[in-house]
Each structure stands twice: as structure tokens, then as C-alpha cells.
Design a protein around this ligand. Structure first.
Ligand SMILES: NC(=O)c1ccc[n+]([C@@H]2O[C@H](COP(=O)([O-])OP(=O)(O)OC[C@H]3O[C@@H](n4cnc5c(N)ncnc54)[C@H](OP(=O)(O)O)[C@@H]3O)[C@@H](O)[C@H]2O)c1
Length: 227
């Protein structure tokens, strides 16, 4: 039975990506940080609607011990991982003059080092299995900086883009692609309703479709912008 692991899948884009893989008959390993209630709801909804198995992997992707624990769980259960979607990410929005070392570090830890830990554990497993697909959720901020209030996020996503390129060079079998969505209507963006109505958000389903398409791409190292 094939499995897809999706980080940050208790809400937002990760939840929609999880449903996309369930629709295509993948069983799921859904990682999240702390929101037990939301994660359980996603698990129950997907199991009910798609009839696949869903395992919840609570843990901070930027904490080596948490990732090790998640990795051990998958190994012990002998789950056949075929797809890794590195989706979890955070931002920190404020004027450049107010930015701090700690906030900057936190964003880099999750968006770069967290994904590094996932790639070094689950990603390397896929490579050793000589098959599999890795999707990195990046952002179209990596193409054009829109606003300096997201400085740390933009820097982290630029680093993440290079990380995906290096893994694409290093991995011979597991294919790795970056998907760069535009602005999404998720909890990451706390926007007043009256402002929201004038924003042209990127369709989450279009992003999910692109994620799914790239899992079938036999070349490695693609960067796909979805706006
Ligand atoms: N929103 C946008 O406009 C936008 C645009 C382009 C790209 N993206 C990218 O799309 C991805 C998903 O964003 P989103 O907007 O869907 O985010 P979101 O709605 O804020 O959801 C974040 C998800 O990540 C989990 N998470 C946060 N920190 C984590 C950590 N350290 N370890 C494990 N899980 C963690 C959260 O778990 P809990 O529920 O437990 O907190 C939640 O499931 C991110 O990589 C983001 O950069 C977003």
C-alpha cells in the first residue's frame, strides 16, 4: 500500500494536498505542529470521504528529535512511502526596522532546516528505494520580492529553492520539484475581510493539481510557478 507524507497538513494548503493524494488512492502520513483538533478532523474527513488510511505525525519539523521520532514510526510500521511533500512553512510579517534575530532564526529553522531534516530522513529513504517523488512547496515570492515585510520568509524560500536544486543534483532516483504558489487564502495571511475581497488569490486546487502532475514528472529539479 503506497503512502504520501505531507508536512503541515492540519490546515491550509497542506490539507488540500492531502485530499488530492487521497483522491488518487494514496494512504497518508499527515504531519502537523500542535493543532490536534484540526489534524484529527482532517484525518476523519479524509478516511470517511476517500476510504484510505491516515496516520497523524505530530511534530516540529525543525526539531531533529521530532523528525527522528516520525521517521522511526514510519520505519517500524514498514509503511511504503512513495511521495514526500514538504509543505509546512511559516512567515513573520513586520516592518524591517522591527525585525529581530530570534524571529529571523525561527523562520529559517522551520523553512530551511526543517525541510533539510525531512529530506535527510524521508528523502534519503526514497532515494535508497530507487523510486519516489519529492515536492517542495515554495512561494512565488522567490521570483519577485513583493514587500520587505516578509524579509525572512523571502530569504528562507530563496534558500529552499537552492536546497531543492542541490538535492535534485544529488539524487539519482527520487525526483524533486519546487512548486511556487502565489498568494493563498489560508491562516498564514491574516487579512481583514474588507481587504480580502479585493485580493486575487491563487486557487488552491490549481496548486494541488500542479503538485500531483509533478509527482509524475520523470525529470528532476523543476520549478513551477502557480499564480
Ligand atoms: N499562504 C500563502 O499565501 C502562501 C503562498 C505561497 C506559498 N505558501 C506556502 O505554502 C505552504 C503552506 O502554507 P499555508 O498558507 O497553508 O500555511 P498555514 O495555513 O499557516 O498552515 C501551516 C501548517 O503548517 C504546520 N506547521 C507550522 N509550523 C510547523 C512546524 N514547525 N512543524 C510542523 N508543522 C508545522 C501547521 O500545523 P498546526 O496546525 O499544528 O499549527 C499547519 O498545518 C508554506 O510552505 C507556505 O510558505 C503559502
Amino acid at each position: 500500500m503506497k503512502y504520501a507524507l505531507i508536512s503541515g497538513a492540519s490546515r491550509g494548503l497542506g490539507k488540500e494536498i492531502a485530499k488530492t493524494f487521497a483522491k488518487h488512492n494514496y494512504n497518508l502520513l499527515l504531519n502537523y505542529l500542535k493543532n490536534d483538533e484540526a489534524a484529527l478532523q482532517v484525518k476523519e474527513e479524509i478516511e470517511r470521504d476517500f476510504g484510505v488510511f491516515v496516520h497523524l505525525l505530530k511534530g516540529d519539523i525543525s526539531n531533529p528529535l521530532d523528525v527522528e521520532k516520525m521517521h522511526r514510526y514510519v520505519k517500524e510500521k514498514k509503511l511504503n512511502l512513495e511521495v514526500l511533500v514538504c509543505n509546512a512553512g511559516i512567515d513573520h510579517v513586520c516592518e524591517i526596522s522591527e525585525k529581530t534575530y530570534d524571529d529571523f532564526l525561527q523562520v529559517l529553522k522551520v523553512n530551511i532546516l526543517g525541510n533539510f531534516l525531512l529530506l535527510q530522513s524521508f528523502g534519503q529513504d526514497l532515494e535508497r528505494q530507487k523510486k519516489g517523488s519529492i515536492i517542495i512547496i515554495n512561494s512565488d515570492n522567490v521570483i519577485d520580492a513583493n514587500d520587505s515585510v516578509t524579509l525572512e520568509y523571502d530569504v528562507s524560500k530563496a534558500g529552499l529553492l537552492m536546497m531543492a536544486k542541490d538535492y535534485a543534483l544529488a539524487f539519482k532516483y527520487a525526483k524533486i520539484h519546487s512548486i511556487c504558489p502565489g498568494w493563498l487564502d489560508t491562516d498564514m495571511n491574516i487579512i481583514p475581510e474588507d481587504v480580502k475581497k479585493d485580493i486575487l488569490f491563487t486557487d488552491k486546487q490549481a496548486v494541488c493539481e500542479s503538485v500531483w502532475e509533478q509527482t509524475k514528472n520523470e525529470e528532476s529539479g523543476n520549478v513551477v510557478v502557480v499564480r
